[in-house]
Every structure is written in structure tokens, then in C-alpha cells.
Design a protein around this ligand. Structure first.
Ligand code: AMP
Length: 396
């Protein structure tokens, strides 16, 4: 992959698209700086080369104009501490003021631009807006894996204006290399673990994984639609009635492809969606009326863990239950632990998706996995075999 480690950026104005979409508290303090940390190697490389690092990103979901709570100015102090160098801020991301701020930069300086999504043209993939952004730099670097599946002005369209000067950042490179390790000639057995609330949004990835994996483990809220498809009683559990037929088809399709589809056999149930609710265990197909399944049960944990421990390549996207509540976090925690153990024993493990990554951090597994992805949607689309606009824009 054409990445910035192959070139010297000395004296160059390097326009870097990062993903600084970090959660902020009500005082605008950063709650989780992982995305900023992930972009540091690329920024440091530009500084070390004696280039000028011009950082552009989105933050939150502004309604196409300035909103204080979504200003990227909230990230500069922390970035400055992490880099141990002063970081400047431009109150706009295009136009005269920004061009003037950039003209004052010295080699090795860092400047953060204001939120790209204060302009509706960013998400619209507007060519004129992309052209305005392109005027800011000599070199374009995409290091935002989290938005690589979007054809936005700053993630994809802008690359057209840098036909000979566009590169992958070090993070984006690592993300793609990790996915390729899993997808191209994976060491077998290859196991995918898919969880989360709903089947919707994960159907395509499940279907495409049938062609790649040996085992596919399903957990989380979506498991109850499968349980219903098998004729089970699932009480008040989360269910997508319009997906029951599809779940049935997926069970048949897995068989036809020779993939072992593992569904939870038991469930931890509660009367209410509440950590203090009355708890009850049952088979997943005999959940009593008035109860809802909020975590996988101990038999499922034992069965899934055995398969995971025997695997050599593992990908995980989506929690096994409502891990945010203590009483329903055990399934996600135990499955995470099994993945860590398998990794210690030599397996390659790749975890992605906002909630799975939050769970990994909550349980302290970060260092015990092979790779923690910064992209949820982008990871799923890559696994589906889709071309990511942010990636193809650099490759073409
Ligand atoms: P997703 O965004 O689809 O990956 O879903 C993640 C969310 O699914 C998390 O907030 C979990 O709390 C939730 N979840 C997992 N298992 C269940 C379940 N059995 N019932 C309801 N929600 C669940």
C-alpha cells in the first residue's frame, strides 16, 4: 500500500484526514482519546520529517453549521499534550482565514482545522468543497479508517486533486493489513463472532462470512430472532419479526456452505431492561412469558469458548448481551476472555465495532488482542467484500 512511510514529507503541507470523532463530556473534556492516539504515528511521522501537519476531521453530528459542542478546538489541548508540542487551531476548514493560518506554519508545526461537517458539502461529497480543501495542502493523507466507507468530500473526493500525492496514513494501513491477514489465507480454523442488537445491518456480513469462515458464532439481541426461527418461545426478547424467515434461510445456507453456525443454547433473562430486574436462566427456546433474554447463558459460553480456543483466526464484532449492565455482561466478558486466551496461544484476533471495542476496554482486554479496529461500519463493509471509497480513492 502506498503509504507515508515510503516518502519524506520535509517542507510539505500535509493535509491529513483523521478520525477525531471523540466522545466529549458536558465540559468538553475528552472521555475516550483512543481515536486521537491511533492517529499519532502518522502525525509524528510528518513532524519528524519536518513537514507541516494540517489535521482535518469531523466531530459528532452537527446540523450543517457551527455548534460549540462539536468544535474541534476541544481536541487541540489534548493533542498538544500527547505530541508534547504546541498545536494550532484554525476557526474554519476552508477559505482565506485557513489559508492564512497555514501560510504562517513552520516545518514541524501542527494545525487542527474546524469541524468539516459544519459544511453540509462534506457529507454530500461536494466537488467544489473538496477542491477548496485540496488548496490547503501539497500532499493528501487519509488516516481515517472509521469513515473510509463513506464517499465524503474529505475522505474520498479530495483525492482526485492529488493524483500523484495521495497516501495512506499509518493507521489506515494497519487496519487494512489486519483485515487482509484475516481474510487472505487465514490460519484455520477461522471463527467469526457476530453479536449486537439486531440482524439488520449485519445480514450482508453474515452471508459473506459463510464463504470465508469455518465457524460463525451468533450472540446478542439478534440471537433471539434465530431462536424464534427455530420455533422457540422467546418471551419479550428483542425480535425482528420481519427477519425470522431470513434467519431460517441463514441457518440452511450455513449448512449448505459447510459452515458451523453456533447459536446460543441458553439465555440469561430478566423481567425488565434493567440491571436490578429479577433474573432467570432458561434454554433460549423456552424463555418464559414476561421475561426477555439479555445475555447468553453458561452452556453457550462453554460451547462458544471451546470453539474459540481451538481457532487460529478470530474476528469479533458485536457484544453477546447487554454488557453495559453488570448482570448481563458475563457472556461478553467470557467470550472476550476466550479470545484473549486463544490469542496468547497464537491465534490472530481482530475486534471492531464501537460496542465491542467499548467492552474490550471495560474488561481490560486491549493489550491481549492482536488488533483492535477503530472502525465498526468500515470493518463490516470490508468483511462484506465491498470497496471502501476512502481506500479506492488512494489506490486509483
Ligand atoms: P450493535 O450496535 O448492533 O452492535 O448493538 C450493540 C448493542 O446491543 C449494545 O448496546 C448491547 O447492549 C445491545 N444488546 C446486546 N444483546 C442484547 C439483547 N439480548 N437485548 C437487547 N439488546 C442487546
Amino acid at each position: 500500500m502506498k503509504n507515508i512511510s515510503d516518502i519524506s514529507l520535509k517542507g510539505k503541507k500535509v493535509l491529513i484526514r483523521v478520525d477525531f470523532n471523540v466522545p466529549l463530556d458536558k465540559h468538553f473534556n475528552i472521555n475516550d482519546d483512543s481515536r486521537i492516539i491511533a492517529a499519532l504515528p502518522t502525525i509524528k511521522k510528518v513532524i519528524a520529517d519536518g513537514g507541516k501537519a494540517i489535521i482535518m476531521s469531523h466531530l459528532g453530528r452537527p446540523k450543517n453549521s457551527y455548534e460549540e459542542k462539536f468544535s474541534l478546538k476541544h481536541t487541540t489541548k489534548h493533542l498538544s499534550n500527547l505530541l508534547e508540542t504546541e498545536v494550532g487551531f484554525s476557526v474554519d476548514c476552508i477559505g482565506e482565514k485557513t489559508l492564512s493560518d497555514i501560510s504562517k506554519m513552520k516545518n514541524g508545526d501542527v494545525l487542527v482545522l474546524e469541524n468539516l461537517r459544519f459544511y453540509s458539502q462534506e457529507k454530500a461529497g461536494d466537488k467544489e468543497f473538496a477542491k477548496q480543501l485540496a488548496k490547503l495542502g501539497d500532499v493528501y493523507v487519509n488516516d481515517a479508517f472509521g469513515t473510509a466507507h463513506r464517499a465524503h468530500a474529505s475522505t474520498s473526493i479530495i483525492a482526485n486533486y492529488f493524483p500523484n500525492n495521495k497516501y495512506f496514513g499509518l493507521l489506515l494501513c494497519n487496519e487494512i493489513n489486519s483485515l487482509e491477514t484475516a481474510l487472505k489465507n487465514p490460519k484455520r480454523p477461522f471463527t467469526a463472532i457476530i453479536g449486537g442488537a439486531k440482524i439488520t445491518g449485519k445480514i450482508d456480513v453474515i452471508v459473506s462470512l459463510f464463504d470465508k469462515v469455518d465457524n460463525l458464532i451468533i450472540g446478542g439481541g439478534m440471537a433471539y430472532t434465530f431462536a424464534k426461527a427455530m420455533g422457540g418461545n422467546i418471551g419479550n426478547s428483542l425480535v425482528e419479526d420481519d427477519k425470522v424467515a431470513l434467519a431460517k434461510n441463514l441457518i440452511t445456507a450455513a449448512k449448505a456452505k459447510g459452515v458451523q453456525l453456533l447459536l446460543p443454547s441458553d439465555s440469561v433473562n430478566a423481567k425488565e431492561f434493567n440491571n436490578n430486574a429479577i433474573i432467570q436462566h432458561s434454554k433460549i427456546i423456552t424463555i418464559p412469558d414476561g421475561f426477555m433474554g439479555l445475555d447468553i447463558g453458561s452452556d453457550s459460553i462453554t460451547h462458544f469458548s471451546k470453539v474459540i480456543l481451538n481457532s487460529k483466526t478470530i474476528i469479533w464484532n458485536g457484544p453477546m448481551g447487554v454488557f453495559e449492565m453488570d448482570n448481563f455482561s458475563n457472556g461478553t466478558k467470557q467470550i472476550g476472555e476466550a479470545i484473549c486466551k486463544a490469542t496468547t496461544n497464537g491465534a490472530f484476533s481482530l475486534v471492531g465495532g464501537g460496542d465491542s471495542v467499548a467492552a474490550v476496554k471495560q474488561f481490560g482486554f486491549t493489550e491481549k488482542l492482536s488488533y483492535l479496529s477503530t472502525g465498526g461500519g468500515a470493518m463490516l463493509e470490508y468483511l462484506e467484500g465491498k470497496k471502501l471509497p476512502g481506500v479506492t480513492a488512494i489506490q486509483n
